[in-house]
Every structure is written in structure tokens, then in C-alpha cells.
Design a protein around this ligand. Sequence first.
Ligand code: NDP
Ligand code: HEM
Length: 502
Amino acid sequence: MPDKKIMTTGFGAPIGDDQNTATAGTRGPALMQDVHLLEKMAHFDRERIPERVVHAKGAGAYGYFEVTADVTRYTKAAFLSQVGKRTEVFARFSTVGGERGSADSARDPRGFALKFYTEEGNYDMVGNNTPVFFIRDPLKFPDFIHTQKRNPRTNLKDADMFWDFLSLTPESLHQVTVLFSDRGTPATYRNMNGYSSHTYKWYNAAGDYFWVKYHFKTDQGIRNLTRQESEHLAGASPDHATEDLFNAIASGNPPSWTLEMQIMTPEQAEDYRFDIFDVTKVWPHGDVPPIKIGKLVLDRNPVNYFAEVEQAAFNPSNLVPGIAASPDKMLQGRLFSYHDTHLHRLGPNYQLIPVNAPKAAKAQNYQRDGFMRVDDGGGSGPNYWPNSFGGPAPDAAALEPDYPVHGEAGRHAYAHPNDDHSQPGELYRKAMNDMDREHLVGNIVEHLKNAVPRIQKRQCALFYKADAEWGGRVATGLGLDLAEVQKLADMTKEERAAATAV
Ligand code: NDP
Ligand code: HEM
């Protein structure tokens, strides 16, 4: 017989009855002295924490990353230092715009967030299932997200808001193309790729640095839903991707991804035909062939969703020696935003929550106290630096090598020619097959038809600029006058905005 487990209050006192509220007599009012009832209710009243402002709905799993190629000439990161070396990982996949209870099959990018518990501290790779993003400046992010969520008056998703912003922001076209292809509705989390999207910096032990992009390619193969399948699943099985990931792992069928890197030298980057830090662009594989360097395997489900998945806090600024940020402005904005939002969502000691705490390294510094400081708070050790009592000291070996910057401080746009339509056009013509193109056009028309005609025309002009046939097909699907669309396509962004304003 296992030991009988006694139910207790939060402070460990045994509870005698958990079915009957204490009352004055059998039919009398409840007694204030029923402290068990008060404690239980008060805790329940506080069960929810704020949901993530984006990526609220998600699923997570543990696993490992294994190095399969020698990359020591590019990076000195310890977890990448040896072929065969394994590092524990926690992954969270998500949709972006919907709330915590929204459908997994929604048309949306999918988050692809990884936490590597390395011996040099936690390294987070917080990417998406798309290689590019909608905007290239962080100042635009809050506005962009507002348009993808609900109308402030009706509390409804709103096609006018959605397409108004995108059509006034031509840099979004590449990501819009991926989003409205069937890759915008992946069949499961196991059947999609993960991309860093941003350029990062790797540097080696000698201090030489390289610009890199990460591509986690699914070993399960890419599988997508059609628009009709995704709409059906939203009603019939709204948690289908969460269920699929959990069941695959629980039944001993661990999903895996092959990590391929694109790597450029600073010299290559200097002469490249566009700014390699612009997150709305890919580096064509022909120019920078990806090289295979590792494998990610997810083989363990969390035991408690709230503790491990809801409280997980990823942050692109969690970097380790050998890996650094690039000057990509979006990435620079993200380096601030995640820690800041975690302070709001989880509190100032969120790094102590087990899923967020380092596992292969030890956190030791002079940060002290605050709400929910639940470890020994630094014990009796010194709480200041410098000290002469043997407290933790900085190690210059962890410094990122200096690198040159130049120019004038100011609000600069990306300097390369403002070409937002070539790569979406390439994607349409070169990477997609006839069926992909047909689905893309159908998916766009079905969504864009809900916007007012002036916004439809403005957006259609962007498709037309990328590819005349594509723009023509969307115009036909929406019943627009193609000559009018062509005229808008020939205008500058500013002229087009003025010609289609109310
Ligand atoms: P490549 O032919 O070498 O690469 C095309 C890539 O496009 C494929 O490797 C695949 O990426 C991706 N792809 C294939 N079908 C689709 C689809 N239906 N929807 C979305 N993506 C698809 O050409 P380039 O490298 O010159 O790129 C051409 C275009 O492909 C780009 O403009 C870009 O839009 C897209 N692309 C490029 C990527 C890159 O890093 N170069 C990555 C993803 C897309 P994957 O192998 O990653 O699955
Ligand atoms: C989540 C901000 C761009 C990927 C979040 C969250 C914020 C945020 C505030 C919620 C975090 C939380 O509550 O835990 C921003 C800002 C961006 C930006 C300000 C641009 C300036 C991007 C880009 C990508 C991305 C370009 C992918 C390349 C993710 C992912 C999550 C996330 C995957 C979910 C992490 C998880 O699973 O917990 N972002 N984001 N974001 N973001 Fe971004």
C-alpha cells in the first residue's frame, strides 16, 4: 500500500473536509472562519497570468541538439564545440495573433522558439517557420500587431485594418506571400521548418566573425493544410497541432529537424547587392549555400503545461560566448522587448522558474530580492561588486570582440535600393509550383475580398509589381479593374497611398 497522501493547505496543515463549506447551522450563511474555503478561492481567483501579447497559443517539448559537423572555425560556442556533443533543449511552437484558446490551424506564422541549456548559460533561438518578416524596423511592430488582432470598436478581426497596414507597408510583401501560401497553415508543428530569420553573428576563438542565418529543416517533411482543411480543423479540432506534438512524443515517435547554416564573411557582406541585415529578405541559396551542422530531436513531453510551457520565457538576447546579435534593427528592438515583457508577464525573478533557469550552468551575480525571489537569494554572500570576499567576478574571455561601426547617428532607412518585390516574385515564379500558385491566389482573394475596394486595389498593385500574372489573377478574383491596378503599381509608395486615401 503506498503512503496515504493527506490534502493540506498551502502551508501544509491537514484539511479535514473539502466538500462542505462551513456554515452557521445546516441552512445558515458561510462562516468567515472557513479559512480553507477562503484560501482555495483566493488562489483560484489569481490562477491566470497575463497571456503573451503575441504567440499566446502554443505547445512545448524537451529534447536535445546534437552537433554533426565541425563549426569551431566559425564559433567558439562551447555547445557547438565538438561533433557528437549533445545539449538539452526546450522548444515552444506557437501561432502569433490569436488568444490562448485560439485555433492551431489559423493562417499565421508559427513561432519556433528554442532554449539550449548550455554550459555557458542558456542560449535562445527565437525564430519563426518563415525565413523573413513583415517589417524591418521595430518602431512598426506594435502597430503591425494591432492590425493583426482585433478592431478596438467591434472586437472583431478586421480585414480593412489587416490589409490597410500591409498595403501601406510594401516591405511586408515577401512575408505576406509566404503567409498566404499553404506554408501559412502548416499541417502540424512537426511538419514545418524553423528559421532564425534574422542575421546573427558568430565569432571564433581567434576573434574572427561571420554573419549567419539558421534554418531548422523538418525531417518529417513539409506538409501544409489547404484553406478548406484549416477552416474545418478550426472547428472540429482547434488544438490539433498541440495534440499531434504531444501524441507523437508520447508514442515514441520523436520529431527531428536538421540544422543548416548560411554563413557569410564580413567581406562578402560588405559587397553584397542588398543589406544582409534586412529581415524582409532571404539570402538566396545559390549565393550562400546552407551547410548541415546539427540535429534537433524532441523526445520528452512536459509534465505540467503551466509550469513548463506557459511560464517559459524566451529571449533573443539570451546569447552565449561565440554568438552575438547583428545590427539588424528588428533584432536590436527585440533585444529589449522580450525581457521587458517577461518582467510584466512573469515578474522580476522569472529567470528562477525551473524551465527558464540555466541547467548546465549556474547563475551567480549580485542581483537580489524582488517579488517571488524563491531561492536562497544569494545567501549570506556579498551583494556588491567589486568585493574581496570571493564573490563571482567577470571573465574577460566572455567578451564579444570589438568591431567597427561608422556613420552619423540618426533615423536612417535601410540604405539599399528599396526593392520589396523581387524576392516575392522569385518565390511565386521559381519556388512555387502551379498548385502552390493557385492556392496562393485563392487564399489571398478569400481574405482580401473582405476589405474595402480602395485597399484591395492598393494591395493588388503590390502583387502586380512582384509579378504581373500574379497581380492579374488576384485582380480578376476580386473583380478589380486591372488598368487601375497597373496604374497604382507604377506609382511610388507615397503616391499610391495618396491615390487610395479616403
Ligand atoms: P531556391 O530555389 O534555392 O530556394 C527556394 C526555397 O524556397 C526552398 O528551398 C524552400 O525553402 C522554399 N520554398 C519552396 N517552396 C515554397 C513554397 N511553396 N512556399 C514558400 N517557400 C517555399 O531559391 P532562392 O534561395 O533563390 O530563393 C527563392 C525564393 O524562395 C526566395 O525569394 C524566398 O521567397 C524563398 N525561400 C528562400 C529561402 C532561402 O533561405 N534562400 C528559404 C525559404 C524560402 P526551404 O528549403 O527552407 O524549405
Ligand atoms: C513572442 C515582441 C519580432 C518570434 C514575442 C513576445 C513579444 C515579442 C513581446 C511575447 C513574449 C512573451 O510574453 O513570452 C517582438 C518584437 C518584435 C518581434 C517587439 C520586433 C521588433 C519577432 C520576429 C520573430 C519573433 C522577427 C521571429 C523571427 C517570436 C516567438 C515568440 C515571440 C517565436 C514566442 C516565444 C515563446 O514561444 O514563448 N515577441 N517580436 N518575433 N516572438 Fe516576437
